[in-house]
Design a protein around this ligand. Structure first.
Ligand SMILES: C[S@@+](CC[C@H](N)C(=O)[O-])C[C@H]1O[C@@H](n2cnc3c(N)ncnc32)[C@H](O)[C@@H]1O
Length: 499
């Protein structure tokens, strides 16, 4: 009940759309995609037709000579007046469960982006079978519906046929991506991959970084065209595709030819520079760990008022920070945390670990936790006893795990332990001056610009970076020099990089 009161306006509509994966492709994108597949064909198949964005694009680019065949599970959408057009045919059909039996020379789609946790178990089993049948093995269960749309569609592509799909970036970054791209790159010719600068995102209202794949069912080639579009609504993309990828001089496009194997290993969403070897990475100067996972912030992460009311003694609490948005600057001070406390934000972690005796007030509170069924929760039940809390040394630096802000490394002057909204960064040298130098070096725009090389992108500039990936964040050589970053050498001496 309480949660619903806090939901932002438009949330339930957006949730409904998410269940069905209904996000419409804007014209400037649909036209470029349709122009690619419409070459040498008299029929285009769109397995997830929706409101007919690709049909509209086909008409817009003047290809009335091509027949459009669309399917969708939502029959209401198929009554849209655009489908009265005589050059089209639409059918209510589930493309995953009942794909058409024939193959197609041209397939275009913006498949439903339905993430795995919204897919029921029976459907998951069906998807698993689908991938085993088509690519020879199952792919990681965290793959969303769109991944199987792509696999199914590629399987229905005629020899020399063309396919254009617009997909979320996880297609190249998810745990399943390795197997998926191995199959695609060995069987098909990936002609072009189109990515978008965050200001040019095709779906500004959705937290998804989109990427377009233009793939031909012909022998694989060694190099692909990797494109970054820097301006939304530009006609450059359409012109580039219509020139058969021959014209490269466009103000809004960066076009590079990249070795396919290296591009896939780097992650197709990531730019070329990721290929070059970096001499210095964060792990030469610091170690990284995720923040504390409580298993239930509601129970374990308390406000000062709750601590007082519950009479929990000081030795059972630690000052902590939970939400990234609770930290607004790049330094977190005691005054900032006091400020949060004044606003009744949680700032104390209820932390039992290694205590031999529990006072009555603590035992009483644990009973409440039992009544809440916490001891049966997935993460918590692996702990013994269930209320034993993870521990972390206070990290001198924090890293905001997922966010859009430029400043991501935070100097932890408040001496708090972070929950999972943050990563803990522990400089290898303990002295304060060194920590400050490292913090400045990490927040330098030249270092921050390497974050997309190691993180997962979520559209509108948001990047999520896991601990293992942050520890290999490249630090440019000139930054290492400028800030005189050092690492501990044998015998505890500091040695200057490069030495
Ligand atoms: C992202 S929308 C794209 C619609 C349109 N082609 C466009 O680009 O604007 C995806 C569409 O797929 C439909 N859809 C979802 N599951 C489907 C399935 N199993 N088979 C066919 N269509 C499906 C949704 O109803 C939705 O209209």
């Amino acid at each position: 009940m309480i949660r619903h009161q806090c939901l932002p306006a438009g949330w339930s509509e957006r949730e409904a759309l998410r269940d069905k994966g209904q996000f419409w492709t804007p014209g400037w994108i649909a036209e470029a995609m349709v122009a690619y597949v419409a070459k040498d064909t008299d029929l285009i198949f769109d397995p997830a037709a929706g409101r007919g964005a690709f049909l509209e694009a086909l008409l817009k680019i003047g290809r009335q000579d091509v027949l459009y065949f669309g399917t969708d599970t939502d029959k209401d959408l198929l009554t849209d007046k655009i489908y009265n057009n005589k050059c089209c045919l639409v059918e209510e059909r589930d493309f995953i469960k009942h794909p058409p039996l024939n193959k197609f020379r041209a397939i275009v789609a913006n498949p439903p982006y339905i993430r795995h946790h919204r897919i029921d178990n029976d459907t998951k089993l069906l998807l698993k079978r689908l991938s085993v049948r088509i690519i020879g093995h199952s792919i990681d269960g965290r793959a969303g519906y769109h991944i199987f749309f792509l696999i199914q569609a590629l399987n229905l592509l005629e020899k020399n046929g063309r396919l254009a799909f617009i997909m979320p970036a996880d297609t190249c970054e998810g745990t399943f991506a390795g197997k998926l791209w191995k199959w695609i790159s060995e069987k098909f010719c990936i002609e072009a991959v189109i990515t978008f600068e965050s200001m040019a995102t095709p779906f500004p209202s959705v937290d998804t970084n989109a990427i377009i794949f233009m793939i031909k069912n012909s022998r694989p080639v060694e190099n692909i065209l990797w494109v970054k579009s820097n301006e939304a609504h530009s006609t450059d993309l359409l012109k580039f595709v219509s020139s058969d990828f021959k014209t490269h001089m466009f103000d809004s496009l960066e076009i590079v030819s990249r070795n396919l194997g290296v591009a896939i290993a780097t992650g197709l969403t990531r730019p070329q520079q990721a290929q070059s070897g970096f001499t210095f990475r964060l792990n030469a100067f610091a170690t990284v760990m995720r923040g504390i996972a409580t298993g239930s912030n509601e129970f374990f992460f308390l406000t000062a008022r709750q601590v007082k009311e519950l009479a929990i003694p000081a030795e059972f609490i630690k000052r902590a920070i939970g939400r990234t948005r609770d930290v607004t600057g790049d330094i977190l001070t005691v005054a900032d945390v006091n400020n949060l406390e004044d606003k009744d934000r949680p700032t104390y972690l209820f932390s039992i670990n290694g205590h031999s005796e529990l006072p009555d007030s603590v035992s009483r509170y644990l009973e409440i936790g039992q009544l809440m069924g916490l001891s049966d929760r997935p993460l918590i039940k692996q702990r013994s006893p269930w209320y034993k809390m993870e521990t972390r040394e206070v990290p001198p630096l924090l890293f905001a795990y997922l966010g859009r802000r430029n400043t991501r490394f935070i100097l932890n002057e408040a001496g708090v332990v972070p929950l999972t909204g943050f990563l803990c960064v522990y400089p290898l040298c303990k002295d304060k001056a060194y920590t400050i130098k490292l913090w400045e070096a990490l927040n330098h725009p030249d270092t921050l610009s390497n974050l997309p090389l190691v993180g997962k992108s979520y559209g509108s500039g948001a990047i999520k970076v896991e601990p293992g990936n942050l520890s290999v964040l490249p630090i440019p050589q000139h930054i290492v020099k400028q800030y005189e970053l050092k690492r501990p050498a044998a015998g505890g001496q500091l040695s200057l990089f490069p030495d």
